[in-house]
Design a protein around this ligand. Structure first.
Ligand code: ACO
Length: 702
């Protein structure tokens, strides 16, 4: 994408306000006033056919009457007039439209929105919105919005899909002490979307951390791609993760995917840090915008109070960075700065006697130790100490330690003096919070950021030994016959992608069944093959452990009789004779075609793990073997694959390859496959491989 084009929207050198008004209380008045109040230095052109002057500025009847060039036009006239104005803007050579007006796709007027975008495209203009609050930028002294004020200056930039939330966060930046350079309202995302914003902000010199409030992404795959390339931390709060859409899902995987799990996976793949709620978004944004990532696992906590130390310890465990005791030399150092009855373990309790000096020295002499990967300093306000003094001591110690590549967070618990001290700390680049668990959560965000980046999602190199044409031929046959795909056909597609399916061959007569069973080797499994019977067991259509020719004959006839009784009109292809895979650990692979992210793969352990505990993990496909291996460790049941209670480890390498090949299959055939699963897949001991026992593919309706 040409990022320059977006400069017209986000760093405009001149702005027209179409619908500027002289009437206080109108949005068209507020936008002009905000531009003036924020100290915007470029020319502001109010556009209003009925007025010559607005708020002391010369007004023009149309953008076409403006003498100079216009970078951005802020549009605050009713929706029905917007397309006409966009046309005029295009003729004028405006670069970007900031469309504040509501009344477009959000109320069903897709026609108006489409017309707006197509007009803009015709003239090479970009559109922000419609249905937005506008754009605010401290570094450009530009409040092109109807939000009250430029936010507290800082190094983060926020992009919000909700306008109301952006307004609320704007003033809250002051009370929450979290600074932002830009607040960008993105609204209906008719043209400019989150991926564009991430791409643009990643090269914006005034943005150190990209903070997102997302209700739904439009171009999920590009968002992942762009975010993954970004060298800056990205944090997202995603709302609306309810089980929307799950009810309509035809497969198991579909119903498991409804609960926001696909977004969770996509964020992880994109290297996006997760925020759990609005407070958390503020708190984590502060840390991510001020501090470097936490590259190792060891967090050292220094405190003057046992209680807050314990709270921080609990939080560390809760947020995935459990504390370890500090090594001897770190403890020896800490002991120099505490009384006899202090504790030098971790948390290091300097005790209530701790003053400026102990804080200063313990921070200075431990922060640089190679064992320490991050520091959280806690302080409870005491009568003998001045919080501001402690704050300054911490900052001085950090500076003297010379450490710049490890993060530190602080929590002061106390009254107004502590509040002021924390404000001072934040102003000096150290994130400070009113509660110990919040300071630890902020460090955990920096750890998550490091981990998602270390994980290095890596490139996916497609397997060359697959036969996509053979797979497509099977799909074409099923489509031509206008029916569901049978298990044997699904397995044919799996096989074309090198997946180890249990040998399964169709028998259409009793004699053939006997012959095939002998060929495959006893015992065998026999299953009904009918596109009209997908739940084979329910129809009495499955016999396992069939041991000899007589049993094959009996089973063959019984299965057919059961199937005919179950569904007399069913189109019966015959009976599948299948090798009976020995039992071992059962897992399930599944796929959906997610509306936002496209083909998405799921993995979990079989049986109750998936049915009851829903212990599954997702990734947007395709996944390479390294990422597939990560999926195997994601689930709570991971130790079962690693080998518990003396059992040998399962063949995780073979399973990772199967997952990776499967993900390629659903990606290559993403235009055809709606959902699929392999259930069960049997995983044997290390070196013994994997067997796909049952496979199902549901085609997209076209
Ligand atoms: N060119 C220039 N000026 C025009 C044009 C035009 N084509 N047409 C009308 N105007 C003038 C009007 O004469 C008026 O000026 P005046 O005050 O001197 O009479 C001014 O532009 C505004 O037009 P109005 O018809 O008075 O429109 P109004 O101000 O009532 O509403 C608005 C316009 C604000 C765009 C409204 O339609 C709207 O969409 N409101 C919702 C906006 C919103 O909330 N967006 C964010 C959503 S996110 C959230 O919820 C916070």
């Amino acid at each position: 994408m040409n990022l320059e084009v977006l400069n017209g929207l986000l760093k405009p050198k001149s702005i027209a306000v179409v619908g500027a008004s002289a009437t206080p209380g109108k949005i068209g008045y507020t936008v002009v006033k905000n531009l003036l109040d924020s100290g915007y230095e470029g020319p502001i052109y109010p556009i209003n056919p009925k007025r010559d002057e607005i708020l002391g500025l010369k007004a023009y009847p149309s953008v076409l009457d403006v003498p100079g060039p216009i970078d951005a036009a802020v549009i605050v006239i009713p929706a029905r007039y917007v397309v006409q104005v966009a046309e005029e803007c295009g003729k004028k050579g405006v670069k970007g439209l900031i469309v504040i007006a509501s009344g477009f796709s959000e109320v069903g007027r897709h026609d108006l929105e489409d017309a707006l975008v197509s007009t803009a495209r015709r003239y090479g203009m970009r559109v922000l919105g419609p249905n937005i609050v506008g754009v605010l930028s401290n570094s450009d002294k530009c409040n092109a919005s109807f939000a009250p004020i430029l936010p507290l200056p800082g190094k983060a930039s926020l992009v919000s899909q909700s306008g109301a939330l952006l307004i609320a966060m704007d003033t809250a930046t002051y009370t929450r002490r979290v600074g932002f350079d830009k607040l960008i309202s993105i609204g209906n995302m008719s043209d400019v979307n989150f991926a564009d914003m991430v791409e643009w902000l990643s090269q914006d010199e005034n943005t150190a951390c990209i903070s997102l409030y997302i209700e739904g992404l439009k171009d999920g795959r590009r968002f992942i791609e762009v975010s993954r390339k970004t060298a800056k931390p990205i944090i997202a709060l995603k709302s609306g993760v309810s089980a929307h859409g799950a009810a309509a899902a035809a497969s198991h995987t579909g119903s498991l995917a409804g609960s926001g799990k696909v977004y969770e996976a996509a964020f992880q793949q994109a290297g996006v840090v997760h925020a759990s709620d609005l407070n958390n978004l503020f708190d984590r944004t502060l840390a991510l915008s001020l501090q470097p990532p936490m590259k190792g696992e060891n967090l050292l906590i220094i405190t003057n109070g046992g209680g807050v130390g314990v709270l921080a310890t609990d939080a560390a465990e809760r947020y995935g960075i459990p504390l370890r005791f500090a090594p001897e030399d770190v403890q020896a150092e800490l002991k120099k700065h505490m009384p006899e009855f202090g504790s030098a373990k971790n948390p290091a309790d300097l005790t209530g006697m701790a003053g400026r000096e102990w804080y200063e020295e313990s921070v200075e002499h431990t922060f640089g130790h190679p064992w320490v990967d991050a520091l959280t300093v806690l302080y409870c306000e005491t009568a003998m100490t001045d919080p501001m003094e402690i704050a300054k001591a911490i900052k001085a110690a950090v500076d003297r330690s010379g450490v710049t590549d490890k993060p530190i967070t602080v929590s002061f618990v106390g009254g107004e003096r502590s509040e002021r001290a924390m404000q001072w700390l934040v102003e000096h680049g150290i994130p400070a919070y009113g509660a110990p668990d919040v300071a630890v959560n902020a460090i955990a965000a920096l750890r998550e950021y490091a981990l998602t980046h270390e994980a290095g999602q890596g490139e996916f190199h497609p397997y060359a030994d697959v036969d996509e044409a053979a797979a497509r031929a099977i799909v074409a046959k099923v489509r031509a016959e206008g029916r569901e795909m049978t298990e044997i056909e699904a397995k044919g597609i799996f096989k074309a992608y090198g997946l180890p399916v249990a040998q399964t061959i169709l028998a259409t007569t009793e004699e053939e069944a006997v012959k095939l069973a002998a060929q495959i080797g006893y015992p065998v499994v026999m299953k009904i093959v009918s596109p009209d019977i997908l739940h084979k067991s329910d129809a009495g259509g499955v016999k396992v452990n069939v041991k000899n020719a007589d049993e094959v004959r009996a089973a063959y006839n019984e299965i057919l009789a059961n199937a005919r009784a179950y569904k007399p009109e069913a189109d019966i292809h015959g009976v599948a004779i299948q090798e009976m895979a020995p039992r071992a650990t059962e897992v399930i692979l599944g796929s959906i075609n997610d509306p936002t992210f496209g083909p998405t793969v799921m993995f979990g352990l079989g049986g109750i793990f998936v049915e009851v505990l829903k212990d599954v993990t997702f990734r947007v496909a395709p996944v390479n073997e390294a990422m597939a291996a990560q999926m195997l460790t994601d689930i709570k049941g991971a130790p079962i694959l690693a080998g518990v209670r003396g059992e040998k480890p399962r063949d995780r390498a073979a399973l990772a390859e199967v997952l990776s090949r499967y993900s390629q299959m659903i990606t290559d055939l993403g235009d055809e496959i709606a959902e699929s699963d392999a259930n069960p897949v049997i995983v044997y001991e290390e070196g013994q491989g994997v067997k796909v026992v049952d496979a199902r593919i549901i085609l997209k309706t076209k």
